[in-house]
Design a binder for this molecule. Structure first.
Ligand code: ADP
Length: 497
């Protein structure tokens, strides 16, 4: 029946019941039929009409009763009237409550729809019940099952931002369809993890993955998949997405320029010690020439000394190896390579750095005292970058003592363990730091004529990439101390955690 016919039909029904009540010999029992009027009007979902119908029926029931029982108002007909009126009241109250609940539900739905469509970020609701049934039957989350499951996921509702994410004109293009055409192999791998987590009982999963738009452009997307409490076997799955392509590109560009800057700073540091490096290589080369000459002299004798020649050749080999090692070390420092993650001994790292700087320190009359605690745990990281940090700290300390008389230029390098961390401290007795020691880590802060002021800023960022810290302070007796703290690789799992 059309909705607008409910009220007139109910009015006719009420009058019919009234006539029956007054004219029939049933003595008041008919009044209970007025509840059918309220039931009929209840379908209009109008509170006003329900209340009016209930009022009208009450009045009609009382008039009908009075008309039939005026001469004998009390007794069993009165009881029947009372029961009928109570039934009318209860029916009315039930309809009004139901009406209030459904109005509340409609308001909540409307609010949800508004938030959904007005949300500035992509959001869609999908029916994954087919996928759920399929995955429950599948023995494993292999690629074929994941693909098939995703093909069964239908979009029930989506906003325009979701359509724009996939390069579609508006949300109508997504409704009722699937988004598996936009998935990349990486997306299917992420979906396998999402399905796995949801099957294990998780209600929300976050994954970063890669989709393609309709025009074929790859986009990085951060997905948040959640199941509402009443999802009914993945019938309603809410997917929120954030396009993080630009953020990732910016991060990659930042990492690239940071790597270039780190490399440039390292090469600059090498430039500072170029003279001593040349000497480091020159020394074994001179030794090689000397041993070669003396070997030749041994051969030119009337009785060539085979043992002496062999000795000369051994020296040539060891000096050649030393020169080659120095060059290999320099080449590695000058090389531009992606950061590595290797296990190393702190002691070796310090010794290698000292070997590289030994000559430079000698030339500048600087004494370097090294104290390494025995049996230190190893550490994990990029050896070249960590060596770059130590080189920077030692060279800065050396330069800070340039104005001291030669006999007083002393610095200490200590390495020790502090719980789960390794501590290296480089301490000098030079000019010391300004009032706020943090200043020295500011990029481009320098007090040197030929300084660039990026060395310490880069050292700190290298330490941060290694989950460590680098701090500076003034020593009570003068000079500065730089302290670096790195997590020790007590075992591989601990480091990974
Ligand atoms: P640069 O050496 O090119 O100036 P750094 O970033 O290595 O760049 O150092 C920045 C500044 O920090 C230096 O110019 C110097 O003023 C100060 N500094 C660094 N190490 C020391 C130190 N050991 N003692 C005193 N000042 C220091």
């Amino acid at each position: 029946m059309a909705r607008r016919l409910y009220a007139p039909t109910a009015a006719v029904l009420a009058l019919g019941i009234f006539a029956l009540d007054v004219l029939s010999p049933l003595q008041g029992a008919v009044a209970v039929l007025y509840t059918t009027v309220v039931v009929l009007v209840g379908r209009t979902h109008s509170r006003g009409l329900i209340l009016s119908a209930a009022g009208l029926c009450t009045v009609l029931a009382i008039i009908g009763y009075c008309a039939s029982h005026w001469d004998d108002p009390l007794g069993s007909p009165a009881m029947r009237l009372a029961v009928s009126l109570i039934a009318l009241g209860v029916t009315t109250a039930l309809f009004l409550r139901q009406l209030a609940e459904s109005t509340e539900r409609e308001l909540a739905d409307a609010r949800y729809r508004t938030i959904f469509t007005a949300a500035g970020f992509p959001i869609w609701e999908s029916d994954w019940s087919g996928a759920y049934a399929l995955l429950l039957k599948a023995s494993s989350l292999d690629e074929a099952s994941v693909r098939r499951a995703f093909q069964l996921a239908r979009v029930r509702n989506a906003n325009d931002a979701a359509a724009r994410l996939f390069g579609l004109a508006d949300r109508s293009e997504l409704m009722g369809g699937t988004v598996d055409d936009f998935a990349t192999p990486a997306a299917f791998e992420s979906l396998a993890r999402i399905y796995g987590a949801l099957l294990r009982g998780r209600m929300a999963v976050e994954e970063e993955t890669c989709f393609v738009t309709r025009s074929g452009e790859a986009i990085d997307v951060l997905l948040q998949v959640s199941l509402p409490p009443d999802h009914g076997g993945w019938k309603r799955v809410l997917v929120m997405a954030a396009d993080v392509t630009e953020r990732n590109r910016a991060q990659a560009r930042l990492a690239q320029s940071q790597a270039a800057l780190t490399h440039m700073s390292r090469v600059t540091t090498l430039g500072q010690i170029a003279a001593s490096i040349a000497h480091e290589v020159n020394q074994p080369l001179s030794a090689i020439i000397t041993y070669a000459r003396s070997g030749r002299r041994w051969l030119e004798r009337e009785a060539p000394g085979a043992a002496e020649v062999a000795d000369c050749l051994d020296h040539i080999t060891s000096n050649g190896t030393r020169a080659a090692d120095v060059i290999a070390g320099i080449r590695e420092l000058a090389r531009k390579a992606d950061p590595s993650h290797e296990r190393m001994a702190l002691k070796t790292l310090i010794e290698d750095t000292e070997a590289l700087l030994r000559r430079d320190l000698q030339v500048h009359d600087v004494t370097l005292r090294i104290t390494v605690e025995p049996e230190l745990p190893t550490l994990m990281g990029d050896r070249v970058q960590l060596q770059q940090v130590l080189m920077n700290l030692v060279l800065n300390a050396q330069q800070a003592m340039a104005d001291l008389p030669p006999g007083q230029r002393e610095m200490c390098l200590t390495a020790a363990q502090d719980g789960d961390a390794l501590i290296v401290e480089v301490s000098d007795c030079g000019i010391g730091l300004a009032d706020d020691p943090e200043t020295v880590f500011r990029p481009f802060f320098t007090t040197k004529d030929d300084g660039m002021g990026i060395g310490l800023a880069i050292c700190r960022s290298i330490l941060e990439q290694h989950h460590g810290t680098l701090t500076a302070r003034n020593n009570p007796g003068g000079g500065a101390s730089f302290r670096l703290r790195l997590p020790a690789a007590l075992d591989t799992e601990a480091f990974a955690a």
